[in-house]
Each structure stands twice: as structure tokens, then as C-alpha cells.
Design a protein around this ligand. Structure first.
Ligand SMILES: [Zn+2]
Length: 402
């Protein structure tokens, strides 16, 4: 996809048919994961682990206003010089090249990239660090997705349509999540992160049960990733609602800490070494709908993708259990909630054609067709109607300003 993206894990771990070796199990994780209330104030100290003397801070304009002073103060205290680069919002090849070019022409070369922000900023930070040959440090300002811990980035077009993935030979040196910042962000982000995280276990389990399935790096899932994915789901079922309530009060408590860990660490480790399936295939395909990416978050798309996967796999009880949970926390349970009204059948067909063509869809143990996916989506809508009748849609409407 780009001249710098020459690392292909699939070519390293996969096994040719007839080769006398089994497909290996591979487990991938960041070198350090740090999470806690107010920890951003200690970032300078943590960067000694890397170690770094001259760091590039990649951050959006808004993030800089909110966090810039704290970040730079902490780095100053640790005698680390820094250059701050504005992230313009899209993890596109153009944006990655722009940032890389700026950093390549610095009089003193940076020896570490620190990406502070949401999923797209942290993914762009990984791409830039790879091109510069430096470690990357991730400071998520939201717990809305599974991007921070992984050694891959999803690349989007300038218009926000997902167009591929870049893989990296090393994982982030540090992932540092300040739960105070998460608690003060709008609750919709934490809730979206729960949609992304809830899919982890179901997708990993599908890959585990299907001997033909491969993880994101072309390997077989590990037991560790499965166990982590399962813990992720049980944590959300137990603490999801109280975690969201904590953010509504801008409060950091044990429930929030657990949900943040589930959304960031457990979801990240679980998906990368457990494998993805229909839930993420549908989520990626949804980005072809104009304005989808502007109006909805990745985790919200994964949520509806997960319900589609469970219906497709005929896991009816799990589908209704998950849908009830989604309705309670404010995730979508019908395609209409993501402005894909059932009457707009041609758009639904277009999305599902795209989903069938997504490589991770091949991890499903059954033959998946556009027709079977459209049928599953219509069944999700029926399930969603039932669940909305029993659970209401107050939580979703509150997050989406209805
Ligand atoms: Zn995801």
C-alpha cells in the first residue's frame, strides 16, 4: 500500500499447503501497559522506559488545548525535549506522509513518537513511528476502540472510507491510559468502546473453533487471547452499565477502571491474537455508506456487526443477551439506528457485498453470501425491535441527542 509498509506478518507466520509444519500460535502485546487516574502527569517518567531524549508528540488541536500543558510539563520535569505536531483527524496515507516529512526534517531527529488521542491519531502515530524507525508510545484520550495496544493500523481514505491495514514488526513500547481523561470525555466514546470490546470474545471463539481461521497476522489463535476475550465480555456484562454511569458523573471508580481495561487492554490483546470475523467485516463494510464515519463510531458499527455475526452463526440466545446489554448501555440494536433504514434495501445489499469481500469474513466456518448477510441483518432488525420493546431505547437516544 505504501513504500514504507513492507512488513508482512502473513508471509512470516503462514504455512503453505503441504508444508510439514502446523500453523503457529502467535501472541502479540505492547511492552508496557499502564492505566490509572491522573497518570498522564507521570508520562515523562514512563518515557524513561523507552528511553527517549527527543520525543514527537502527535495530538489534535483540541487535545493540545486540553492536555498540552500537562504533557509538556511532565516531559520537561523528566528533561525530555519535545516537538508537538498537529494531527488533522484522518489516518490516511497523505496525513501519515505529511507528518513523517515534518519529523524527518527536524534539526534534532526525534527518537520516539508519542500519539495522544483517539483511535485514528494513535494508528497514525504507529505508522509515522514505523517510517521513522522509532518506538511508539500510545496515550489514548478515549476508551472507544481496540486500537491502542495493537501492532497494526487501519488506513482510511481522505474521505474516511477504510482502505486497508498496515502491520508493524513491533508493538507499542508503552500504552498509558489516564482514566481521569476517559471519565471526563463524553460517555458515548466509552460505550462505543464496549461495542468493539464485546465482539472480541465472539470473534476469537469463532476463529478458535474453525481450524481454517487465521488471526490478523496469519496465525492460529492462542488460548491466552481466548481467555482474555472471554474475561473482556464478562467484565462488560458485569460492569458496563456502572462504568458508563461513572463517566456520566465524570467520576473514576473501580467499575470504570475495569471497563477501560476491558475496552483497551483485553479487547486489544484479544482481537490481535484471537482473530476477527464477521463482526469486524460488517463494521468495516459499513464505512462505505456516505457520512457513516462522520456520524457513528467504529465501536457502534462493530456492535451491529456482532449482532449480525451471532444471528448468522445461529447463536440466538447469545444474540439476545448481547442485544439487551447493548440497549442498556446505548449501543445500536437495529441497522436503522445507524441510519440504514430497512426500506433502503439497496444500500444494505451494497454494504453486505463489501462485507463478504472482506478477508476476515473467511474466518466464519460457514459459507457466507451477500444474501445470507442481508437475511441476518433483517433478522437483527427484528431482534432489535423486540429488545427495544422490553429494554427501551432511552440509553441510545440519550447518547445520540434524540
Ligand atoms: Zn475494532
Amino acid at each position: 500500500m505504501s513504500s514504507a509498509a513492507t512488513y508482512e506478518p502473513g508471509a512470516i507466520f503462514s504455512v503453505e499447503e503441504g508444508e510439514n509444519t502446523s500453523v503457529p500460535r502467535v501472541f502479540i502485546a505492547p511492552h508496557r501497559y499502564i492505566q490509572g487516574d491522573g497518570i498522564l502527569d507521570h508520562l515523562g517518567r514512563y518515557l524513561k522506559i523507552v528511553p527517549t531524549k527527543q520525543a514527537a508528540i502527535l495530538i489534535s488541536e483540541g487535545g493540545r488545548r486540553r492536555l498540552g500543558e500537562r504533557l509538556l510539563g511532565s516531559l520537561n520535569d523528566a528533561h525530555i525535549d519535545s516537538v508537538v505536531i498537529n494531527f488533522n483527524g484522518e489516518c490516511s496515507l497523505e496525513e501519515i506522509e505529511r507528518i513523517t516529512d515534518i519529523l524527518r526534517t527536524q534539526s534534532i531527529p526525534v527518537d520516539c513518537v508519542v500519539a495522544v488521542g483517539g483511535g485514528k491519531c494513535v494508528d497514525a502515530g504507529k505508522c509515522v513511528a514505523y517510517r521513522l524507525g522509532t518506538p511508539v508510545v500510545i496515550c489514548p484520550s478515549l476508551a472507544s476502540n481496540d486500537a491502542p495496544c495493537s501492532a497494526l493500523s487501519v488506513i482510511y481514505t481522505r474521505e474516511g472510507v477504510s482502505e486497508g491495514v498496515e502491520f508493524f514488526p513491533t508493538s507499542p513500547a508503552i500504552v498509558a491510559v489516564d482514566t481521569r481523561i476517559v471519565a471526563e470525555a463524553p460517555v458515548r466514546y466509552l460505550v462505543a468502546g464496549m461495542g468493539d470490546a464485546m465482539a472480541t470474545w465472539y470473534e476469537a471463539n469463532t476463529c478458535f473453533l474453525n481450524p481454517k481461521a487465521r488471526t490478523t497476522v496469519g496465525a492460529r489463535p492462542t488460548l491466552a487471547a481466548g481467555a482474555i476475550g472471554e474475561l473482556c465480555a464478562t467484565t462488560l456484562f458485569e460492569y458496563g452499565v456502572s462504568g458508563a454511569e461513572a463517566v456520566e458523573r465524570s467520576e473514576v471508580n473501580e467499575a470504570l477502571e475495569r471497563v477501560v481495561e476491558a475496552n483497551t487492554l483485553l479487547s486489544g490483546l484479544g482481537f490481535e491474537s484471537g482473530g476477527l470475523a464477521a463482526a469486524h467485516a460488517v463494521a468495516q463494510a459499513l464505512t462505505v455508506v456516505p457520512d457513516m464515519h462522520r456520524n457513528y463510531l467504529h465501536g457502534e458499527m462493530v456492535a451491529i456487526g456482532l449482532l449480525t455475526q451471532l444471528v448468522l452463526e445461529k447463536q440466538t440466545d447469545e444474540a439476545s443477551k448481547v442485544a439487551r446489554f447493548f440497549a442498556k448501555v446505548g449501543l445500536p440494536v437495529q441497522f436503522g439506528q445507524l441510519s440504514l433504514a430497512p426500506k433502503n434495501k439497496s444500500q444494505l445489499v451494497e454494504v453486505m457485498e463489501e462485507a463478504v469481500a472482506t478477508p476476515i469474513m473467511a474466518n466464519e466456518p460457514l459459507t457466507v453470501t451477500t444474501e445470507s448477510l442481508v437475511a441476518a441483518a433483517l433478522q437483527v432488525n427484528e431482534l432489535g425491535t423486540d429488545v427495544t420493546r422490553s429494554e427501551g431505547c432511552v440509553a441510545f437516544d440519550a447518547l445520540h441527542g434524540h
